[in-house]
Write a protein that binds this ligand. Structure first.
Ligand SMILES: Nc1ncnc2c1ncn2[C@@H]1O[C@H](COP(=O)(O)OP(=O)(O)OP(=O)(O)O)[C@@H](O)[C@H]1O
Length: 254
């Protein structure tokens, strides 16, 4: 089977919106422990791709294998249980609850329970320890009992990452984790992702090129739903088609 050694293997993935081909026979391989960045101009199809990998959008064709298993038609919850986790925007958390409570609720949801049973959840000691560890892991060890509404923007993005880690993932799907961040917050998040690198497979969609070049093992360049190039950083930087289609010299720090 194609890419059995890969954690994630995508073949000829296809998604159409009417006449628009948002994902155009797209191939992707992510090795265990690899950080694979997906870059491309606005509207290239990055979010549509992540949503298909997470199981939120059904592709019109092609296949997705996770750890050798065909997950193309599998629902979001089952993918999550297998260890495929995407980061959620902070709007999906409970702002009046503390950081710790939010991570505990996510951890419980990953175990297949519903948010409706949150009151007992918040009293379950076996959920506290892993949730606290996930928060420490992302640098929020001193903010466990702070309501999410009182966290700074950058801290909220760190919290999103803690919520993903609490689900014990094997592959992280990160959709623009640096979005809306200041330069210093972005550097902090880059360091954080560097500290996680190698322990998880990571698919990173990101516009911040400094972050991408600091983090990626390989980069796939997406334009009009098509992968026009895939390779290590230096190869992508030197690729004339990529320079033309997307990067531009000024976007490539040397
Ligand atoms: N539900 C939808 N219905 C119709 N067209 C859609 C839908 N979702 C996305 N598209 C179109 O599909 C293409 C890819 O969109 P997508 O949001 O995936 O791109 P993107 O690379 O994530 O963009 P950005 O970098 O701006 O977030 C765009 O042309 C978009 O207008």
């Amino acid at each position: 089977m194609a890419g059995a050694a890969n954690l994630l293997s995508v073949r000829r993935l296809l998604k159409r919106y009417g006449g628009l081909v948002a994902t155009d026979h797209f191939d992707l391989d992510v090795r265990p422990g690899e950080l694979h960045a997906i870059i491309g101009p606005n509207g290239a199809g990055k979010s549509t791709l992540i949503a298909q990998l997470a199981g939120e959008i059904r592709p019109d064709g092609g296949s997705i294998h996770f750890d050798g298993r065909d997950i193309t038609g599998m629902r979001v919850e089952r993918r999550a249980l297998l260890g495929l986790a995407r980061s959620y925007q902070i709007t999906s958390v409970f702002p009046e609850f503390t950081a710790l409570q939010n991570v505990m609720l996510t951890a419980q949801a990953h175990q297949g329970h519903s948010f409706r049973f949150w009151t007992p959840t918040l009293r379950q000691p076996e959920l506290v320890e892993p949730a606290a560890q996930a928060l420490e892991r992302v640098g929020l060890g001193s903010r466990l009992h702070t309501p999410v509404a009182d966290l700074a923007h950058g801290e909220q993005r760190q919290l999103e990452l803690a919520m993903v880690l609490a689900g014990k993932p094997r592959l992280l799907l990160l959709d623009e984790p640096m979005a809306g961040m200041s330069q210093s917050e972005s550097r902090l998040m880059t360091d954080l992702l560097l500290s996680l690198k190698g322990q998880y497979g990571i698919v990173l969609v990101e516009h911040d090129m400094d972050a991408v070049f600091a983090l990626a093992d390989r980069i796939t360049v997406l334009v009009y739903g098509r992968a026009i190039a895939c390779g290590p950083i230096e190869e992508i930087r030197a690729n004339p088609e990529v320079r033309n289609a997307y990067l531009g010299d000024e976007a490539m720090p040397s």
